[in-house]
Design a protein around this ligand. Structure first.
Ligand SMILES: Cc1cc2nc3c(=O)[nH]c(=O)nc-3n(C[C@H](O)[C@H](O)[C@H](O)COP(=O)(O)OP(=O)(O)OC[C@H]3O[C@@H](n4cnc5c(N)ncnc54)[C@H](O)[C@@H]3O)c2cc1C
Length: 510
């Protein structure tokens, strides 16, 4: 998509044109580029010495004391692929400093992960390269281990005589299993500690059960927010060096170790890594935040943060985004509140669902009313049926849907409003809710940079199976699941402008 205009470019052009037509001037950027990083550095410095709230962590091992006589503390990085603003790394450093030990970070690279392709793996590897560089400047030893954690990590811990392993938290089945497997392989006298570095309020503390909806989760999160929405201290230059040198990472070898579909190309608009994520946050605060509340459901409008690729990859912290959005917009303004609702409540509700519902990606995971209703309408006549290939190639009779699919394939991110319409239409156009769910998850996780995430499972389950939603007026195929249609979209935004921008395109998909 290099050289093509993104929705952000087009919306910016349109804003400038309408401002010119009305004689208004486009708002000037008030600060020089990069101001956010400087501001955040100062905030972290001011919080230096603050200890990690121990309610963020839990022991997965019987033993809780750093092994005596050991040679270092390890942070096994999984989901939170960043150095700063990372409570798991901060905690590992806190332990290493207390014991005067070297600090190590490792990442276990798998050849595949769920439906991810080179689009997501390339983004992740570039981000990890930045992590490795930053670790080097802070005298933290970074290791890229090739293979399943259960196979490579216990041996690595013994080889380096490490006395504690800290890891982060990822509530999908596969990474939860990695943690279980590592737990079995670690020596019994090495503490294994998990820190929820992804959620503002640790998932297991926010609630001890699957929450029914945003309504039941809101009070719980709001009550705990003041305790957890605090400033991060910096990860400091580490004063204790490892006794032997660490091999530098062979990134070409790492790339060739990955065995994912190479045909889904990497995207140009989203540069990987924490620095690019922070630049996106800065541009959001400066240019788009003010329209977020009013225009975030208009796919033609540049109002979204576009942070999901970096949040999903853990390259920036949602807590940082929320802290800065609160500072950057007048607190209590509708846009700030709306952003907090999405980036904290909705996002953490998705983790809650995946953590407590083992069927988070299948119809059996839906509420009983929704399952019964979908079943009652399973045999309803479907006027249009499309195969997965037709959907993937954006070859339906609905120009708006095709445009959204094109946006997903070409840019690796579909507008949030269109995602709902897109998934609901898949329910309408396939032979069963099971097929609809499986196709929507496949397409989402294959093409979306932020795919393979609890938010994606919940987004598809919300659209097709009514998760976190209520029952609506009964209608064919959908039963009581909320319905969306083309005319409804026409009432909300300029459908033809979106169709013009993203279609028709000839997608080359076999
Ligand atoms: C069918 C469907 C599939 C989806 N797939 C994904 C996915 O794979 N990955 C993903 O991160 N999100 C997914 N979402 C949720 C949401 O659409 C995206 O998070 C959002 O569009 C990301 O763009 P943004 O960062 O510009 O959003 P913004 O509106 O700027 O929101 C900021 C952040 O808040 C969080 N957020 C926003 N909306 C939601 C929501 N509805 N649920 C949970 N968290 C939210 C995200 O972390 C997002 O990055 C899906 C939604 C649907 C309906």
């Amino acid at each position: 998509m290099s050289g093509e205009k993104t929705s952000v470019d087009v919306a910016r052009k349109r804003r400038a044109e309408s401002a010119a037509a009305s004689g208004r001037k486009e708002p000037k950027l008030l600060r020089t580029e990069g101001w956010l990083v400087a501001e955040v550095d100062g905030l972290r410095r001011a919080a230096s010495g603050a200890e990690v709230n121990t309610q963020r962590l839990r022991f997965l091992s019987q033993t809780e004391k750093v092994k005596q006589g050991s040679q270092g503390v390890l942070y096994w990085m999984c989901r939170d692929q960043r150095v700063q603003d990372n409570w798991a790394l901060l905690y590992a450093q806190q332990l290493a400093l207390a014991e005067q030990l070297p600090l190590h970070v490792c990442f276990c690279l798998m050849p595949r992960f769920l439906d991810a392709t080179i689009r997501q793996f390339g983004f992740m590897l570039e981000g990890l390269r930045e992590v490795a560089t930053e670790c080097r400047t802070l005298e933290i030893q970074f290791h890229l281990l090739l293979g399943a954690a259960a196979e490579v990590l216990p041996g690595f811990v013994k080889d380096w005589a490490l006395g504690t392993v800290v890891t982060d938290f990822f509530p999908l089945r596969v990474p939860l299993q990695w943690v279980e497997d590592v737990k079995k392989g670690l020596p019994l006298d090495v503490p294994f500690i998990q820190v929820d570095a992804h959620n503002v309020v640790p998932c297991w503390l926010a609630s001890d059960k699957q929450e029914y909806s945003a309504r039941t989760m809101r009070g719980k999160i709001t009550k705990l927010l003041p305790k957890f929405l605090t400033e991060f201290p910096p990860v400091e230059k580490h004063p204790h060096c490892a006794q032997r040198p660490v091999a530098s990472v062979d990134w070409d070898r790492a790339r060739s170790f990955v065995k994912v579909d190479p045909t889904v190309g990497e995207v140009q608009w989203a540069r990987a890594g924490t620095a690019a994520g922070m630049a996106t946050l800065e541009s959001f605060i400066e240019q788009r935040l003010h329209s977020y509340a009013a225009h975030r459901n208009d796919p033609n409008c540049a109002a979204l943060s576009h942070l999901s690729p970096w949040l999903h990859a853990g390259q920036i912290s949602a807590q940082r985004a929320v802290l800065q959005v609160r500072r950057g917009g007048a607190r209590g303004s509708p846009s700030v509140d709306a952003f907090v609702e999405e980036a904290v409540l909705r996002r953490e509700l998705a983790d809650n669902f995946c953590y407590y519902n083992r069927n988070y990606d299948c119809v059996e995971g839906a509420y009983e009313w929704a399952r019964m209703s979908l079943q009652d309408h399973a045999k309803d006549h479907r006027p249009y049926l499309y195969s997965r290939q037709e959907l993937e190639g954006a070859r339906t009779g609905d120009k708006l849907w095709n445009a959204a699919q094109n946006q997903l394939v070409l840019e690796g991110k579909m507008h949030g409003f269109m995602r709902m319409y897109w998934a609901k239409k898949i329910l309408e156009w396939t032979s069963s809710p099971e097929e609809a769910l499986s196709i929507s998850l496949y397409l989402n996780d294959r093409y979306s940079l932020d795919g393979n995430d609890p938010n994606g499972y919940v987004g598809c389950m919300w659209s097709i199976c009514g998760i976190h939603d209520q029952g609506w007026k009964e209608r064919p195929i959908f039963g009581n699941i909320r319905y969306m249609n083309y005319n409804g979209c026409k009432r909300k935004f300029d459908v033809s402008a979106f169709e013009k921008q993203y279609g028709p395109k000839q997608l080359k998909i076999s």
